[in-house]
Design a protein around this ligand. Sequence first.
Ligand code: PHE
Length: 353
Amino acid sequence: MEELLRTWDGENVLIRHDAETGAWIFLAVHDRTLGMALGGCRLNIYSSPEDGLRDALRLSRIMTFKWAASGLPFGGGKGVLAVPGLLTPAARERLLLRFADMVDSLGGRYGTGADLGTTARDMNVIGRRTRWVFGRTPDEGGSGDPGPWTALGVLSGIRAACAHVFGAAELTGRTVLIQGLGNVGGPLAQLLATAGAELLVSDAIPTRAAEIAAATGAHVVAPEHVYQTECDVFAPCAIGGILNARSIPRFRCRIVAGSANNQLEHDADALGLHRAAVLYVPDFVINAGGAIAHAGLELLGWDRPQVEARVRGLEPAVMEMLRSAAERAEPPQHEAMRRAERVIASAKEQVAV
Ligand code: PHE
């Protein structure tokens, strides 16, 4: 853990061991140059506390880039509740309340929301102890589940990537494989089916894959066959780290464009994909829909049509970004990182003046 913290470039991390549940709580604030840190709260089982901390550090960092890329005035932060196993509903609720107290202690330097393993109802619980929570259910005054907005953004990014690679944004007849059918993958499957795509779906929970397949007419792919399955677009919507030296040589897709955070195991894997002629749309660019919706609806005073226009605006934005990356013969990841870093650096300069 010392090594992880020493090599991290963020602001600070609040760490707590939760005696009742045995969970480790990590609340990482990465960068507030552009504004308050805003990012979801992940609840997950990790094989060690270090893995939970590593996830919090990397996730808070990617939130910084997500906000910078989306042009909104917020910074990067993330909460991780690294639980040792399944909790009873009552114990889980008490854990969320203690996390809420930690969020509140930062007095608005960090705001939380839903992520992998948490829901809008969990945000209602957190909202009992702090106002710095986004995405409560609409009846409690929140903007609800960010998943459908993230899915709409991913759809827009997939269209942009198809326009770039195949010369047409239309998805009729394009084969798209979704890995992970949770809060984002589920609604994305519906959107893609409506758009006429040939849909392949995969999930670690076989019944969930079967249900979505039945509802959308998709074919189910077994989790162990995902990476070598031929498709036009591979959309990772589950966990991070799946783009790596082991998976990339097996790929038989033209495009990788999905919602999972931190899809690249290492920075160098962006180059690996580029050399394998696989177009990778940077995760933090394409998965900003949920973040945009929370910020727009709860902080910036936008209505739903304004949010929708902004999220659909990812299509021309991604197209333009892919074009300039292609002109430089570079992986889009490099172009997107450079742009985000420039946004933050110029904001820092303004502060210095
Ligand atoms: N967890 C989602 C993300 O990683 C949505 C979210 C964004 C939640 C911002 C809270 C705050 O983008």
